[in-house]
Design a binder for this molecule. Structure first.
Ligand code: BGC
Length: 783
């Protein structure tokens, strides 16, 4: 399998001009700071696979299409909008437009640099009439100045003097191909922005627009610095959907034209057009004051800090080393400066899933952020908190108490039009609660607990008590819900859901004890707390005594097995080739569900149960979701199938670089990328964080000679280094703490390195997967 990218530990390089791969490279080369997202399109705007600039939280609303609507179905959908494009810089060489579809690309490299946080391009282009120019660009979306992006653009004539005309645009309502198959949604997104204000003067321009239905307002502004040895003719204009700076200049050979473009974005549901314009103008002034070099330096410092706290080093597999850093870089981009906004399933790298956020955020992305950039995890949880009113309304509409967080959303309101895998996937509320619990245990952030966390735990506990009931035997059942596996729906007592709800209920009890004043403010009664405790204690967790395994939900193990032998490989993903009717009634698992429960609630299962369950579910799990491989890897590693875990590690980490799901054009799979970290840390590092403490059980697959990672825990930062025989733990800063290594306590004190041997593992043969669904094996490239 070739991905087209050069293997390098700190960057991702693409060396060809393959126009058919433009759309996928635009996703992997996307830059973002969690607030602004810019796809990695070529500066000249065309050719493009799928142009896109996104602002976190900025969406258009549309009616949800139903053939047969039902009571309680959400009425409105939300779709991320391609906002005003500030990346475009067109170039006229003598009188020919630079367009990579014409003439010849004599050289063309693009590099995403994980340490500088920039996307660089170096192109030597020969025009159809044989004139050559070199264009070098570097762009960034600033981690330090949240509203700002910048592009440094340089043209060098290679064959004597040449006249160049540069046109730098802000372009709104850029024509794009709709990602939606529904014509009504596509229509909404065709020219979604209505012009409100346009202004241009000297090198500076602003456009302000508003969406038609959601009523959100966006302002985009640009300013420029031009550097050339010769005379320059410049003009600027702005009208409804286009602002353009045009600069014409004669550039002698051996000389260059340099343009720095600064772009600022802002959006608001409330601020007026003048206020928003002032906001982006101010952001631009700040960027100009910092200057291009200053922005580069700030970006570098930000990333140096990030890598010092978050890097994962892998020896023995150079491609995986690159993939894991690529993954961490994109996870950081998705979450760094969202600041109380959601982390969408695709980050801000593409329009896939309409820009919605799912359980992916709390369950897959937040564990990474919690232990590397805890403030980003806190901010994402604050977003959930800010949507509590909508979650309460949703619960009320469903006849339930407390808060029901949406299955998919941009602004917090449920947008899923398919209730069996949307509304019924109530586990999302326990996942949000779990994100809070993990964050609190890892940070001891009592302010967050008091102001945000406690309320989330209490409202979700109320939800569970109203969804579930005590049966005649006293057991607490949660019937008619959907677990993580979307090839089963509306089931009774899904083990994952029940165990996550159990933790949610217990943690709500505990937080009310720790924060009695908050409990009082939230109107929590002693009866309520007692009911939560009772429900948790009596939670039903089905077990199949005869098979000695946990059914993922009641009676699951009694269903007919899917006919894997007669399912052709090209019929995956199954959801595109078979009716849900049939998937739902058979034993076939889309993505780790019971296996997920054994990771998230590993404290509930014995080691023997874990082995038996992995052996049972592996042959019926088809991984039609990119969220599965990383979880299967973690559990395979725990039960001792290290080589299988290694294959899944590569699958999770390379999902996007190898386009394994053939849909990278719509954006990256942020949860799977986060999963790459999880496999390193929780899989081969064996980290578990149950019961407010950290435990490790490291073990490496044969190919890896060394794995090292760093974690932030409470006030401390420490490093874990693993080789084939031993692991060492080093406190890098902060107070001493104790972790566990294969069950044994290890005190971490500044100035000492604690090394421990890795206990031998009994050999056991790993189970197989359904026909045609073995992990994407690859030969590690060694450099
Ligand atoms: C998965 C969900 C996931 C969603 C977004 C679906 O295919 O089944 O678990 O939340 O994709 O990534």
């Amino acid at each position: 399998m070739t991905s087209g990218f050069q293997v390098d530990p700190w960057q991702l390089q693409w060396n060809t001009l393959d126009l058919s791969a433009l759309d996928r490279t635009e996703s992997v080369f996307a830059l973002s700071n969690g607030h602004i997202g810019m796809r990695g399109t070529l500066e000249e705007g065309e050719p493009t696979g799928l142009a896109g600039t996104y602002l976190n939280g900025f969406y258009e609303q549309h009616a949800l299409p139903y053939a047969e609507a039902g009571y309680g179905y959400p009425e409105d959908g939300q779709t991320v909008v391609n906002v005003t494009d500030g990346k475009i810089i067109r170039l006229l060489v003598q009188d020919e437009p630079l367009d990579m579809r014409y003439g010849r690309a004599l050289d063309h490299h693009r590099v995403l640099d994980f340490r500088t946080g920039t996307l660089r391009r170096d192109t030597v282009w020969e025009s159809p009439t044989g004139r050559r120019v070199r264009v070098r660009t570097e762009r960034l979306v600033s981690f330090t100045q949240r509203a700002v992006a910048a592009i440094h653009y340089e043209v060098e004539p290679l064959d004597g003097d040449v006249q160049l005309v540069v046109q730098s645009d802000l372009l709104a309502n850029e024509p794009i191909e709709s990602a939606s198959r529904d014509p009504r949604v596509a229509a909404t997104l065709n020219a979604p922005l209505v012009a409100e204000d346009a202004f241009a003067e000297e090198y500076h321009a602003v456009l302000v627009h508003q969406t038609r239905k959601s009523g959100l307002r966006v302002a985009a502004a640009m300013d420029h610095e031009l550097d050339t040895d010769d005379g320059l003719r410049c003009e600027i204009q702005a009208e409804d959907d286009l602002a353009r700076l045009t600069a014409a200049v004669d550039v002698p050979k051996d000389s260059r034209l340099r343009v720095t473009k600064y772009v600022a974005y802002g959006w608001s549901a409330r601020r007026s057009a003048p206020a928003l314009r002032a906001q982006v103008d101010a952001a631009l002034s700040g960027a100009l004051q910092t200057g291009w070099k200053g922005l580069l330096a700030e970006q570098r410092r930000f990333l140096d800090d990030f890598w010092a706290t978050a890097d994962v080093e892998i020896e023995g597999d150079a491609e995986l080393q690159q993939a894991v850093r690529f993954a961490l870089f994109h996870v950081l981009q998705a979450g760094a400066r969202g600041e109380s906004r959601a982390i969408p399933a695709k980050g801000l790298t593409g329009p896939g899933y309409d820009g919605h956020s799912f359980w992916d955020s709390e369950t897959f992305v937040l564990p990474v952020l919690t232990y590397t950039v805890p403030e980003a995890a806190r901010d994402a949880l604050r977003w959930r908190h800010s949507t509590l009113d909508k979650a309460r309304e949703r619960a009320d509409a469903l006849g339930l108490k407390g808060a029901a967080f949406p299955w998919r959303s941009i602004n917090g309101a449920e947008c899923s039009a398919y209730w069996p895998a949307g509304t019924a996937a109530f586990h999302v509320s326990a996942d949000v609660a779990d994100g809070v619990v993990r964050y609190l245990a890892a940070t001891d952030d009592t302010d967050f607990e008091r102001d945000h966390g406690a309320e989330i735990l209490v409202e979700t506990a109320r939800l569970w008590c109203s969804i579930g009931h005590h049966d005649v035997h006293g057991g607490f059942r949660i019937d008619g819900v959907t677990g993580p596996d979307e090839y089963s729906a509306v089931v009774d007592n899904n083990v994952y859901t029940n165990l996550m709800a159990q933790r949610n209920l217990r943690e709500a009890v505990a937080v009310c004890e720790r924060q009695p004043e908050v409990a009082e403010r939230l109107g929590v009664t002693a009866e309520q707390v007692h009911a939560w405790q009772e429900a948790a204690d009596k939670m039903v967790v089905p077990y199949d005594e005869m098979l000695g395994v946990h059914p993922q939900s009641e009676r699951f193990t009694e269903h007919a097995r899917w006919d894997f032998a007669n399912t052709p490989e090209e019929h995956y993903p199954l959801l595109l080739h078979y009716p849900y009717f049939d998937l739902y009634r058979k034993q076939v698992v889309k993505q780790a569900d019971l296996v997920m429960a054994m990771y998230s609630r590993g404290d509930h299962f014995t080691s023997e149960q874990k082995v038996r369950n992995v052996d049972y579910y592996e042959p019926i799990t088809v991984r039609d979701s990119s969220l599965s491989a990383c979880v299967q890897a973690v559990m395979a590693a725990e039960v001792g199938y290290l080589e299988l875990a290694y294959d899944y590690f590569a699958e999770a980490a390379l999902t996007d670089l190898h386009d394994l799901h053939a849909n990278v054009r719509n954006g990256l799979h942020i949860a799977s990328l986060a999963g790459a970290w999880t496999v390193a840390v929780a899989g081969f590092g064996g980290m578990r964080d149950h019961d407010r403490s950290l435990a490790f059980a490291p073990r490496l697959p044969e190919a890896l000679t060394r794995l090292a990672f760093r974690l932030t825990y409470r006030e401390s930062r420490f490093a874990v280094e693993i080789d084939q025989d031993s692991a060492s733990y080093t406190l890098l800063e902060g107070p001493s703490l104790t972790v566990r290594h294969h069950g044994e306590g290890v005190p971490l004190v500044l100035g000492t390195v604690e090394r421990r041997p890795i206990p031998a593992l009994p050999a056991r043969e790993a189970p197989s997967q359904p026909r045609g669904r073995a992990p994407h094996r690859r030969t590690p490239k060694v450099f």
